[in-house]
Design a protein around this ligand. Sequence first.
Ligand SMILES: Nc1ncnc2c1ncn2[C@@H]1O[C@H](COP(=O)(O)OP(=O)(O)OP(=O)(O)O)[C@@H](O)[C@H]1O
Ligand SMILES: [Mg+2]
Length: 415
Amino acid sequence: MVRRARLRVSVLVGLAITVLVAFVGGIAYAVMVHAQEAQVTRELRYNAQFGTPSTPPGCTWLFVLDDGVLNDGVLKVPPGFPRQDDLDVVEASGGTIERELELNGTEYLVLTQRGADDTTVQAVFDTRYQLADRRHLLLALAIAEVGGLLAAAFMGLGVGRGTVAPLAEALARQRRFVTDASHELRTPIARAHTRAQLLARWAKAADLPDHHRDGLDKLVSSIRGLGDVVDDLLLSARLSRQPDGLAGRAVDLAALAESAVATENDRADERRITLTVERPTGPLVVVGVETALRRAVDELLANAMRHTPEGGRIDVRLGLRGGCVELTVADTGEGFDPIEADRLFDRFHRGQDGPERRFGLGLALLREVVTSHGGTVDAFSHPGKGARFTLRLPVADPSTATGVVPGKAISTGPR
Ligand SMILES: Nc1ncnc2c1ncn2[C@@H]1O[C@H](COP(=O)(O)OP(=O)(O)OP(=O)(O)O)[C@@H](O)[C@H]1O
Ligand SMILES: [Mg+2]
């Protein structure tokens, strides 16, 4: 995030300076072209009226047609001049013809009009020096633009670094605080969880009223939830420290999913939910951090269990598609509004899940895990009929897939 912010600031500063130089240069060029055109037209009109063919000013030629006889001042005239057709038209019907001509590798301005004593005059102006001035200005602007770009790149880098440094520092402190606090909280929470479990077991054996036993069960599940949140915070901090992918081992996702499903079997039986896994016979190997992937699969299963009513079914399917290992968890629960499909992955976004206290973090963290492994996750829903979540992770190169972790059941917290 910090790197992206730095890059964005650099690019914006660079763009601003480039646009500014181009804008100022553009205005200078337009003003110059306009002034040149006005000056040339003024001179041409003056020369057509008062000049003589034998002594025209520089870059100008004058032709006078008097009773069909052409006076070209006996000067060496550029090829293609005079424009006889214009002279004939003006001589026959009067008026003025003004035109620009590209000829002889330059641009000419040609003005043909009636002159004094019933003559017809044609004034020709060669704009080669004006064109050269324009070319020089464009070259100067191009050099200024390149220089400006280089300066902008350096300034952008400096400004980007300076602007983002406090943000980077704040983020680093925040991450440190989260990891330190989570780490310190883990042990007391695990201890409290064990004690609460012992108490709940004792309460089952002792002849306690039902509401006390219920209270203890709720205490156990609340402490377990607290432990999950602390684990999620630690994992999230770890992932954000390694945004370019995790240095991981080869993990058999099929075995990992089977193991995750096995731990949910009892809960599924209790609620008469059919829980199935469908997988090809061989391993489906991806490279990654096994605990993180396990939590991702656990999260999908936990969500599916929560949203599937008694008697429903949850199907976990694994396969290979387009160079990716694909894992799908489909349930027959109430589903969600399809418009929400993307927002479900936002932090703290949660639907109407009844009285149970949830955090809306599970899918956000899952997406962090999956994207940091170079994969994707999609959500699909058929409201009233069920939801389907699909993970896709790049399949590991078989030649490098050593040390396959068979996906054993792993406890990542006081579950
Ligand atoms: N299988 C599902 N069927 C229907 N809705 C789902 C399903 N899975 C997730 N959702 C919806 O997506 C929301 C976000 O899920 P997420 O796992 O991020 O949060 P949570 O389960 O509410 O809380 P947490 O996972 O942090 O304990 C849920 O609140 C729920 O509305
Ligand atoms: Mg969840």
